[in-house]
Design a protein around this ligand. Structure first.
Ligand code: HMG
Ligand code: MG
Length: 298
């Protein structure tokens, strides 16, 4: 009997910004995370210690991580692709990290210049070091419902990669529809298959809204029993190495849906809408959140 509480993993400061062409100054990123910290969110992905050549927007990861106010009870995970990234993250005091790979060989090659197996070999020492340092590790599996380069991704591949990451010691596995192509029955079947090998309580879903399916997919996965949902305030986001991928599902829209269903998130929707509207203004963009658009319309 799954609980009524859903934990939102806010990825706007990382996934949301990594694909933005205009470089945002570090102090704006710090302000974004600090504002998010006062909305009631429990998990706020802060930045990413990847190669600055690959993701220039997040070259200021150390400065941002150092600058944010760490609210007790809130965790601030950061993306780490290898030991070099791990050391950079630890230098500024990160205690939660996320490693990432994909269920598709072709996507991994473009995103991290490695095969699936090579990427796993690469983060084994990261996970080992993290265990020694008592650092919590989340694992992302990308392209779980389709790949921009290889097309269809067999569910068996998703299950195999998710299970391997869990066995290696990731406390939570986030299943990512990187290019937002999946539809609800597929999302649900994929989650069901993974949950045969990894406990549902250790699974999260991560939908990009490219085809407008994200909320429907989340609902289908909630019905299947998932209780951790990744989203980005104002619906920003996208992976620079996933052609055509647009933003993550907007956190405001997820929270609105969940509260409407009588589920709890601990998030103050009014405060979140204010952050979303503020971020859209910083980016000189219209918000992609329908809730924020509705609530802030003149
Ligand atoms: P590479 O070029 O194959 O690796 O990149 P390398 O080891 O040969 O390193 C090349 C250069 O990068 C070297 O510098 C390294 O020092 C440097 P040089 O000698 O040329 O001056 N370097 C680093 N610098 C800082 N921090 C580091 C680091 N590592 C190497 N950690 C690598 C391999 C993995 C590093 C690269 O491909 C990379 O950084 N990729 C990251 C791509 C990325 O961030 N993608 C987006 C995140 S994934 C995502 O968005 C999906 C997700 O949201 C879920 C979903 O939606 O599905 C999570
Ligand atoms: Mg993503």
């Amino acid at each position: 009997n799954p609980s009524n509480h859903v934990r939102i993993v806010e990825v706007g400061a990382r996934d949301g910004l990594q694909n933005e062409k205009t470089l945002l100054p570090a102090d704006v990123k710090i302000a974004l995370i600090d504002r998010l910290s006062s909305t009631g969110l429990q998990t706020i992905e802060a930045t990413s210690f990847v190669s600055p050549k690959w993701v220039p927007q997040l070259a200021d990861a150390a400065e941002v991580f150092r600058g944010i106010r760490k609210v007790p009870g809130v965790s601030y995970p950061v993306l780490v692709p290898n030991l070099q990234g791990y050391r950079r993250a630890r230098e500024v005091g990160a205690t939660d990290i996320a490693v990432f790979t994909a269920a598709s060989e072709a996507f991994n090659r473009k995103n991290i210049n490695a095969s699936i197996d090579e990427s796993i070999e690469r983060f084994i020492p990261v996970i080992e070091q993290a265990r020694a340092d008592r650092v919590k590790v989340r694992g992302y599996v990308s392209t779980v419902l389709g790949c921009p380069y290889q097309g269809e991704v067999p569910v068996a591949d998703v299950v195999r990669v998710a299970r391997r990451m869990y066995e290696l010691g990731c406390h939570e596995i986030s299943l990512g529809d990187t290019i937002g192509v999946g539809t609800p029955a597929e999302a649900r079947a994929m989650l069901h298959a993974v949950a045969q090998e990894v406990p549902m309580a250790a699974l999260a879903v991560h939908f990009h809204d490219t085809y407008g399916q994200a909320l429907a997919n989340i609902l289908a996965c909630l019905e299947e029993g998932v209780r951790v949902v990744d989203s980005a305030v104002s619906g920003t986001g996208g992976c620079p190495y996933a052609k055509g991928a647009t933003g993550n599902v907007a956190s405001e829209d997820v929270v609105y849906m969940l509260h409407g269903m009588g589920m709890s998130t601990g998030v103050d929707l009014d405060l979140l809408v204010a952050v979303g509207a503020w971020l859209a203004a910083q980016l000189h963009k219209d918000t992609a959140s329908r809730v924020t658009r509705a609530r802030t319309a003149p």
